[in-house]
Design a binder for this molecule. Structure first.
Ligand code: BGC
Length: 733
């Protein structure tokens, strides 16, 4: 039962006013980034304000600005019949004015606490700029790197994805939802959006229910457990039923199984797209199907406004269902204190104060360097020296300012973006030691570019080659078939490598890439994703050794594009590839069944040695907890951080199990020579999965366990999960 305030409002609302609360429309009063979505149901500022006045708008999205936000709210509160405030939403994904690394990059830190801090900083800036509600975090698991929106999530792993989903929700929302700097979170896209066939955006998803349950749904549950009160549907169909009209998903699972009390918002025009899917015959049919499946709010199509009143009138939609959806929307508004203070987060003075917060730059720099994955460092070519070494910074990203922020950054303060060149110059003792040559454009050769780059490489002691994907290659509707560098960049790399000057490749990328030729064979390779505002400084910190890289791959780097989908936790085949036997094995004609760099991989400037993991018991009782302890030692000469990873493998089960699954991870810092005892605990819940009958639970039997540095490393130890005393084998949770 909602509050008496909400019940009394509901009692006074007309059907049109109720339906009005379910409408989400582009904020044309303060339009900031209308171009991020296709045009649909276009209107202008006056029309939007008139709709607000008539009580026909629940929420506006993707506008910014406190002053104009107050004006919108004034119309809602003072000029609409019932004075219900609107809730102002936006896509604030990885930063507002200050841009933090793309979520995939930040996930590489393996530090959910870092994501919590950057989400908090984002919330402070976004709420100061007149935004109450963000359409983030994206918690889609992305096992196919052709898909462009992997950049917005936390990669291919479930446990990592859950940890980051929860951390981001906590960070956005803060401790008190009513606080002026609390930003409502919206995990998206519900569900299995990352599982689109062939990695093609918006494509069909044909998926085993068990995989849906065990891989794609858990990050949503983690986000809800962390307090998220809304969720956005996805565009794809799941086994033939569009997610946005999927009653099993939006009602049976979400409400029935999980008791989710919050709001289900459609993705942009997703109800309208039911017609194109061939799942609804017309707008009325689409409205009925989406609404009855469990969609509460309709974004931009106007379908609910146009058709729900008649559907209620004709008895095709029960008024109780309408009331329930409206109640949830009003509760969301109440939860953030909008009824008590409709002008919360609409304070121009606070907006001015928050327009530049130096502490957020410091955080962005730390987040940037903590997101960089050092894949390779032959001959310890890194770190570079700040003096006495001639450096050629080559490549189309050397001076670039247009590809710093990464996808889905609508509000970044571009004037603060630090280029690679600026970052390196700021770090160097003598700037004369730095030569900069673009060498080529992002996608096309430059006249004389390669010659100039080769000359610079010859004159240098080391080349830093900044290559990668243009930022528009990742994000929404940016699927690729070949996840490789543009040909012009590859040609530049080949020419520069031929000089034999030691080569450090800096990759900028929104997904895992297939690296070839001179790029793959460079002495050092660092994955820098899109690092945001402090790109140049974050990269310089790593290049010059002020920070020993500590990030690890949240996605497997393949040997070739054609391996996709390639993810470390794939089910076992009946003919696994063996080192001594290649024929009639699960592999490709051209390449083995292996990544170039596995999930979890990453180097620093020191080395770590792992002792043999020691489980507290070899026989884990059904209700018991196992503790596994491993000694990790910093065997190098400098301090560093290591991501200690725990994987398990279920040897025999009623459903073919993954070769390995990450169950826990921890980043530790060790001085040279220092050792730490790292202990993890594990119980049967961590071993659970959905069996062929759809039941969830662990199965007794033998398990392998690794505590190691990446998804391919380490020696396994074994333990046995014992059945429960009374029913023996096969008892389920
Ligand atoms: C995207 C969503 C986004 C929405 C609103 C859609 O195209 O899929 O992630 O929140 O637009 O901008």
């Amino acid at each position: 039962m909602a509050s008496s305030r909400i019940e009394s409002l509901l009692a006074r609302m007309t059907v049109e006013e109720k339906v009005g609360q379910l409408g989400v429309f582009a904020d044309m009063v303060r339009p900031f980034a209308p171009e991020v979505n296709p045009e649909a149901n276009v209107s202008n500022a006056e029309q939007v304000l008139q709709q607000v006045r008539e009580g026909r708008v629940g929420s506006l999205f993707n506008g910014v600005g406190a002053e104009l936000g107050r004006q919108i709210q004034r119309v809602a509160v003072e000029e609409s019949r019932l004075g219900i405030p609107v809730i102002l939403a936006a896509d604030v994904i990885h930063g507002m004015r200050t841009v933090f690394p793309i979520p995939l990059g930040e996930a590489a830190s393996f530090e959910p606490e870092l994501a919590e801090r950057t989400a908090r900083a984002t919330a402070v800036e976004a709420t100061a700029a007149g935004i109450h509600w963000t359409y983030a975090p994206a918690v889609d698991i992305a096992r196919d790197q052709r898909w462009g929106r992997g950049a917005e999530g936390a990669g291919e792993d479930v446990v990592l994805g859950c940890a980051f989903a929860a951390a981001r929700v906590r960070g956005f929302q803060g401790g008190d939802l009513r606080a002026a700097d609390a930003l409502l979170a919206t995990p998206k896209h519900f569900a299995a959006y990352g599982a689109v066939a062939a990695g093609m955006e918006y494509n069909t998803v044909d998926i085993a229910p068990q995989t849906l349950r065990d891989v794609h749904l858990p990050p949503f549950q983690a986000a809800f457990a962390a307090g998220a009160l809304s969720v956005m549907t996805s565009f794809n169909d799941i086994n033939g039923v569009p997610a946005s009209a999927n009653r099993e998903l939006l009602t049976e699972i979400l409400r029935g199984e999980w008791n989710f009390p919050g709001v289900v918002i459609s993705d942009y025009t997703a109800d309208m797209e039911l017609i194109a899917h061939g799942y609804a015959s017309d707008a009325r049919d689409a409205t009925r199907k989406a609404f009855l499946a469990g969609m509460d709010m309709s974004m931009q199509s106007g379908f609910f406004a146009d058709h729900l009143p008649a559907l209620v009138e004709d008895g095709e939609v029960p008024v109780e269902a309408l009331d329930a959806a409206v109640r949830r929307v009003l509760e969301l508004k109440e939860a953030i204190g909008l009824f008590d203070d409709p002008y919360r987060s609409l304070d121009p003075a606070r907006e001015a104060d928050a327009s530049y917060l130096p502490a957020h730059d410091a955080l962005a720099r730390d987040a940037a360097r903590r997101s960089i994955v050092l894949l390779k460092n032959e001959g310890a070519v890194l770190p570079l020296r700040k003096a006495g070494q001639r450096i050629a910074l080559v490549g189309p990203f050397a001076r670039d300012r247009e590809n710093i922020e990464g996808c889905w950054t609508l509000f970044g303060d571009k004037s603060r973006y630090v280029t690679l060149e600026a970052g390196l110059r700021a770090a160097l003792a003598d700037e004369a030691l730095l030569a900069v040559e673009p060498g080529c454009g992002l996608e096309e050769p430059l006249d004389g570019g390669i010659d100039a780059a080769v000359a610079a490489a010859r004159a240098a002691d080391v080349v830093v080659l900044a290559l990668g994907e243009p930022q528009r290659y990742s994000g929404e509707a940016q699927s690729r078939t070949e996840i490789v560098l543009p040909a012009a960049q590859q040609a530049l790399a080949e020419a520069v490598a031929a000089t034999d000057t030691p080569l450090v490749v800096l990759l900028r990328n929104g997904r895992a890439l297939a690296l070839h030729g001179a790029v793959r064979d460079a002495q050092a390779i660092a994955v820098t994703w899109f690092l945001g505002t402090q790109t140049g400084h974050g990269v310089a910190d790593v290049l010059f050794g002020d920070y020993s890289p500590s990030a690890r791959l949240p996605v497997s780097f393949p040997l070739a594009s054609g391996q996709q989908p390639l993810f470390y936790n794939h089910p076992r085949t009946g003919r696994p590839e063996l080192p001594e036997m290649k024929e009639f094995k699960a592999r490709w004609r051209e390449i083995p069944d292996a990544p170039l760099y596995p999930f979890g991989h990453g180097l620093g400037y020191t080395t770590f040695e792992y002792g043999v993991p020691s489980p507290s018991t070899g026989r884990l009782g059904w209700d018991e907890t196992l503790t596994v302890t491993t000694t990790v030692t910093n065997t190098g000469a400098v301090a560093g951080e290591e991501v200690v990873q725990l994987y398990v493998h279920d040897r025999v089960a009623s459903r073919v199990r993954p070769v390995r699954e990450l169950k826990a991870f921890r980043k530790i810092a060790l001085q040279p020579g220092e050792s730490a005892q790292v202990a993890f605990t594990l119980d049967r819940h961590a071993l659970a999965f959905t069996n062929p009958r759809g039941e969830y639970g662990a199965e007794p039997g033998l398990f392998d366990l690794w505590v190691c540095a990446d998804a391919l490393a380490g020696e396994a130890v074994q333990f046995e999960l014992l059945g429960s005393g009374d029913s023996g084998l096969g008892i389920r949770d």
